[in-house]
Design a protein around this ligand. Structure first.
Ligand code: T3D
Length: 269
């Protein structure tokens, strides 16, 4: 897409460099709570990512002190005041689409969690493939504190990572956990100092963006698919996707580079 066609993103900073797209949620005064404009901007930014074949990894992060405080509750209450507002439709049309888009991306998605991740804001991070957290990041299933229930994939992502009992502990209480506990429980992959967070996440994304993107994309699909399949199905699927990977340019380049004792130059194809 040329720059003249690019949509105006009011609540997101979007940039692409070195094969890495960065989406930074940018309502710092509201801890990046997601209002309707941010829902729209996020959908538009994700579309830019999926349409740009030069993008081979995505970093999602937040500006200011928070990563994301979930649904904007001020706007939510105003919308609910209109008797025709349906929460289920809102969730389906906004959060659920975002989560499915992130999970369906054929490139690695990395969350750089710079502060509070609350409610659906935590779910956004959970939908990423790899999570970096700043030492001062904090996490809360804020829903129960306002009489709501976990959504945006929380009931699916958390048990996958930490089991049902710890999920219910977090969901019942809404207790805040810090980055150390999140690392200990396997909720994040890396913890860094606040100053290093963006650089470390980006460095990692640049490294992945230089890898065989097609193979990484298929790997991602296979791993998530395997969480709901039998071993027999996973074995069969692996055979099929290996056939696909073995036809890729990057496979030829990888083997050639190995035999020629040089670094491979992968194109992502
Ligand atoms: O249909 C649907 O959309 C339903 C789906 C819902 C999904 C959800 O995500 S429900 C959960 C919604 N989120 C929350 O309940 C979290 C609410 N926020 C907080 O608990 C805290 O703000 C944080 C723990 C995230 C951060 O605390 P702290 O002390 O760093 O910041 P703060 O002082 O509380 O907030 C700073 C400002 O951001 C403040 O505004 P002000 O007073 O300076 O003008 C605060 O009101 C605003 N803010 C923070 N979170 C939200 C928010 N404004 C609207 N909605 C928010 N979620």
């Amino acid at each position: 897409m040329s720059s003249t066609e690019a949509p105006t993103l009011e609540t997101i900073e979007y940039e692409v460099a070195d094969g890495v797209a960065t989406i930074a949620l940018n309502r710092p005064d509201k801890r990046n709570a997601i209002n309707m404009q941010l829902h729209k901007d996020l959908a538009a930014a994700l579309k830019l990512v999926t349409r740009d074949s030069s993008v081979r990894a995505l970093v999602i992060t937040g500006r200011g002190k928070g990563f994301c405080a979930g649904q904007d509750l001020t706007e939510f209450m105003m919308a609910k005041a209109d008797g025709s507002f349906r929460v289920d439709e809102h969730v389906r049309n906004t959060f659920n689409k975002t989560i499915m888009t992130l999970r369906g991306m054929q490139i690695p998605v990395i969350a750089a969690i710079n502060g509070f991740a609350a409610g659906a804001g935590w779910s956004l991070a959970l939908a990423a493939d790899i999570r970096f957290a700043s030492e001062d990041a904090q996490f809360t299933q804020a829903f129960s504190k306002i009489g709501l229930v976990p959504d945006t994939g929380s009931t699916w992502f958390l048990p996958e990572l930490i089991g049902t009992s710890r999920t219910l502990e977090l969901a019942f209480t809404g207790d805040v956990i810090d980055a150390t506990k999140a690392l200990d429980w396997g909720l994040v992959n890396f913890v860094t100092s606040p100053d290093e967070l963006q650089a470390r996440a980006r460095e990692y994304a640049v490294r992945l963006a230089a890898m065989p993107t097609l193979a990484l994309g298929i790997t991602k699909r296979a791993v998530y698919r395997a969480t709901t399949s039998t071993l027999e199905d996973a074995l069969e699927y692996e055979a099929q996707i290996q056939q696909r990977a073995a036809r890729s340019d990057d496979h030829v380049e990888g083997v050639t580079a190995f035999l020629e004792k040089r670094e491979p130059a992968f194109t992502g194809r």
